[in-house]
Each structure stands twice: as C-alpha cells, then as structure tokens.
Design a binder for this molecule. Structure first.
Ligand code: SAH
Ligand code: DHB
Ligand code: MG
Length: 228
C-alpha cells in the first residue's frame, strides 16, 4: 500500500469544479509559479481544498489562525483572506528558503499585515507561542496542521493548549493512499497519521471525523475536529 494512485478522471473533475466554483485568481496562480521557480515541491493543498479551508475560517468567524507548515504560503493565503482586517494568521516553517518564498508570495497577496511567518522547527516555536500574552488572551479559532507527519500527535497536543471550545483543527494528509489502515508499515508518516487518529478518537475534548479525498493531488484526506 501507499503507492501513489493516479486517476485522470479525478483531476478532470477537479478541473471542472475549479471552472464552475473558483473564480480565476491571478494572485494564487502567481504563487504557484513562484513556488515552482523557487524549486519548492508541489505539495500545496489543491485549489478546492484551499477554498474549503477558507470557508472553514469563515464558518468559525476566525480572527486568529495557526498553521503548522507554510511551504510557499498557498494555503496560508487562502485562509488569511478569510480574516478581518485586524485578524492574525501565524504560520510556522522550518525551511528558511520556503519561508522566504512564502514571505514574497504573502506580500504579493497584500497580506503582510495579517500573516506572521515564524521560521524554525514547530516544536521549538509552539512553546514560545503558548507563552505569548496574545495567545493566552486569544486562543486560535482555526488550526491547520500540515508539516512533518510523524509529529502530528505532538502538534495536536499543542493545538489543544492553544485552542478554546469551538476551535476547529484540520490535519492534512492522513489517508496516505489508503496506507493509514496498515498498522504494520515501516512508514513513519503512516504511523503519524495513525497517531493523529488515535489522539483525536480518544481525547475527551475533541469531536472528530475524517474525509477521504480524491482529486488533482491523488488519493488522500484530512481529519477535522472541533474542541468541546
Ligand atoms: N500548507 C502548505 C504545504 C505545507 S508542506 C500548503 O498547503 O500550501 C509542509 C511544510 O512543512 C514544508 O514547507 C516543510 O518545510 C515544513 N516542515 C516540515 N517539518 C517541519 C517542522 N518540524 N517545523 C516546521 N515546519 C516544518
Ligand atoms: C507531502 C506533504 C503534504 O503536506 C502534502 O499535502 C502532500 C505531500 C509530502 O511530504 O510528500
Ligand atoms: Mg499537506
């Protein structure tokens, strides 16, 4: 299991959805171009997933968003666009080059006043973030976990500390071409997914589900949880 499954229909249908429901967006197109030019891997959320994150932010009336794993800022921009003018999105990225590309992309999107990129290993930054007065007085409303998959359960633990009842937590790439059901695998990313499921399934303050997705990124999926 965990071989990439390619299906041309999934991509074609994603194309149809984009054509029908996602207006042309020169800024987001330029972000993907800049990522490519900068040599970043094309592992951003898909456009339909980006729009879903944007809509989650609107649904929860988000004023503060936390993202773990910025890459070039594609998902960052989708979510930050849902914030009010005085909102804040803090995004954590350990690769300085990714953060540089993201910074330029976020500036092109006119979102530099709203987005705060912190460069470093997320597990080093999260304790500092938790100690900040802003975080203590205003927990995050939406948390998107999309970095190194073996740390998913550690990130979920921090997410609980940085949240309030009603906070929504989304964890990307948890289905892994179906390999999530293989508890015997040697793939540390799959174990990271399974740890995320176990954490969310057993935490008394989380109501969680997961959706399998197919589309232009192949076969994967995400968990979505609400803090009680
Ligand atoms: N959310 C992005 C994609 C993120 S890809 C989007 O959809 O557009 C995952 C990112 O997490 C990569 O840029 C990688 O460098 C970063 N990352 C990996 N391990 C990390 C860690 N320990 N701390 C912070 N960032 C990390
Ligand atoms: C990978 C990471 C992601 O966040 C993603 O959405 C797809 C792939 C990866 O590390 O391969
Ligand atoms: Mg991802």
């Amino acid at each position: 299991m965990n071989e990439k499954i390619i299906n041309p229909t999934w991509s074609a249908v994603d194309g149809y959805i984009v054509e029908q429901l996602l207006p042309k967006d020169a800024v987001l197109d330029a972000v993907l171009e800049a990522n490519k030019a900068g040599g970043l891997p094309a592992i951003d959320v898909s456009p339909t997933q980006g729009k879903l994150l944007h809509m989650f932010a609107k649904m929860v009336g988000a004023r503060r968003i936390l993202e773990i794993g910025t890459l070039g800022g594609y998902s960052t921009i989708w979510m930050a666009r849902a914030l009010p003018e005085d909102g804040r999105l803090i995004t954590l990225e350990c690769e300085p080059h990714h953060a540089e590309v993201a910074k330029a992309n976020i500036a092109s999107a006119g979102l530099e006043a709203v987005v705060d990129i912190r460069v470093g290993a997320a597990l080093d930054i999260l304790p500092k973030l938790a100690a900040e007065a802003n975080t203590q007085s205003q927990p995050f409303d939406l948390i998107f976990i999309d970095a190194d998959k073996p740390n998913n359960a550690n990130y979920l633990e921090w997410a609980m500390k940085l949240s309030r009842p009603g906070t929504v937590i989304v964890c990307d790439n948890v289905i892994r071409n179906g390999a999530v059901i293989d508890g015997e695998t040697s793939d540390a990313k799959v174990h990271g997914s399974r740890a995320a499921f176990e954490f969310q399934g057993s935490h008394p303050k989380l109501t969680a589900t997961a959706l399998q997705t197919v589309g232009s990124k192949g076969y994967d999926g995400f968990t979505i949880a609400i803090v009680e």
